[in-house]
Design a protein around this ligand. Structure first.
Ligand code: ZN
Length: 105
């Protein structure tokens, strides 16, 4: 079933899941991404010291270099020192898991 969001963006609803239209996908086919997976496009950057950093919305995440679980990368919120437990996992520069448990705004 097709619908539109409050902002007028197309959304595909199947069962209890919602999918957003992925813009920028070439070809005639439309590509839909689950709203739970597509939190936003992560921006990969590096710090002044050359360490990888992931920027998602208004939050920044540092790479956990000690984390090893296959090809997935684990990024922890830069406010981790203040007790923030938000974690982002990426695979091929795409967010595959997002624990949005920020203790701050
Ligand atoms: Zn946080």
């Amino acid at each position: 079933m097709f619908s539109t969001t409050r902002k007028g963006n197309p959304v595909l609803i199947m069962g209890s899941n919602r999918y957003n239209l992925t813009t920028g996908y070439s070809g005639h086919k439309l590509r839909w991404a689950c709203t739970k997976k597509m939190i936003g496009l992560p921006v990969f950057s590096t710090t002044r010291y050359g360490n990888p950093v992931l920027i998602l919305g208004s939050n920044r995440y540092n790479l956990n270099p000690g984390y090893r679980s296959g090809p997935k990368l684990r990024f922890a919120c830069t406010k981790k020192m203040t007790g923030c437990k938000a974690i982002v996992y990426t695979l091929d520069n795409v967010i595959v898991e997002y624990k949005r448990s920020h203790n701050h705004r």
